[in-house]
Ligand binder design. Structure first.
Ligand code: DGL
Length: 266
């Protein structure tokens, strides 16, 4: 048993799609969340820049003595996971491999779509991870640069006209490709899940990369006997490097409970 907290970080609100699954499936765990909103978006940045920010986020969490870190960001997972693992002696869980595996298992037609940030698509990490699953599949990848700023500015409702226009503009080529399974390879994208599902069709299976990573982390903690005792309710701390009130408002809507956010000073 290990009562230390699980650390989790993202460039902003997106990692909450993983935190929500942690809360639902492991309510007894202590969670420390960091959204690096001051430096969002990560998607248009270079690999060097993404790595520098990822190391800073990990250091912040490690100062609070976490037992594992969930890198709830597709962009960091596809560009800087090796560097994080080399740099610190704590288990890191990225979002790419578990999502690739879930998609390879879920597809029936062998046509898999991946949508993510520019830096994630450029890295080729999702394609490699899907191909490594050894199934005969066709992969169509596309970057959706407008989605993260949209979510962070509070636009995620399916009926929001800005959301509908962005989804149609970014996903028309993917729709023509005709995937039966689509990886939401940026943790922000499940926040647009309803609009994406309506546009692509309800029969298309959407895989939340953060959700799959949270389940992989749970399996690891269980196998290693590192879960918190199930008699206690876990504590939560929410940090942002940006505006705490804006973060609390967005997080509260998405998590379905009130969130008191602390300011992260690097
Ligand atoms: N949630 C991050 C991801 O999964 C968004 C990156 C960004 O800030 O552009 O890639």
């Amino acid at each position: 048993m290990d009562r230390r907290a699980i650390g989790i970080f993202d460039s902003g609100l997106g990692g909450l799609t993983a935190a929500k699954v942690l809360e639902e499936t492991m309510p007894c765990e202590n969670i420390i969340y960091l959204g690096d909103t001051a430096n969002m978006p990560y998607g248009p940045r270079s690999r060097e820049d993404i790595t520098r920010l990822a190391l800073q986020n990990a250091e912040f969490l490690l100062e609070m003595d976490v037992k594992a870190i969930l890198v709830a960001c597709g962009t960091v997972s596809s560009n800087a996971l090796d560097k994080l693992r080399e740099s610190f002696n704590v288990p890191f869980f990225g979002v790419v491999d578990s999502a690739a595996l879930a998609a390879a298992e879920a597809t029936e037609t062998g046509r898999i779509g991946v949508i993510a940030t520019e830096a994630s698509i450029r890295s080729g990490a999702y394609r490699r991870a899907i191909e490594a699953c050894g199934k005969n599949v066709k992969v169509f990848e596309t970057a959706c640069p407008s989605f993260v700023p949209l979510v962070e500015s509070g636009h995620f409702a399916a009926e929001d006209t800005k959301v509908r226009a962005a989804v149609e503009a970014e996903l028309s080529a993917l729709k023509r490709f005709g995937a039966d399974t689509v990886i939401l390879g940026c943790t922000h994208f499940p926040l647009l899940g309803e609009a994406i599902a309506e546009y692509l069709g309800e029969e298309v299976q959407l895989i939340s990369c953060g959700g799959e990573a949270a389940l992989a982390l749970r399996e690891y903690l269980h196998n290693e006997n590192k879960l918190c005792p199930d008699s206690e309710m876990g504590g939560r701390r929410w940090f942002t490097s940006g505006d705490t009130a804006v973060f609390s408002a967005g997080a509260g809507v998405f998590l379905g409970h009130s969130v008191e956010t602390e300011k992260a000073e690097f």
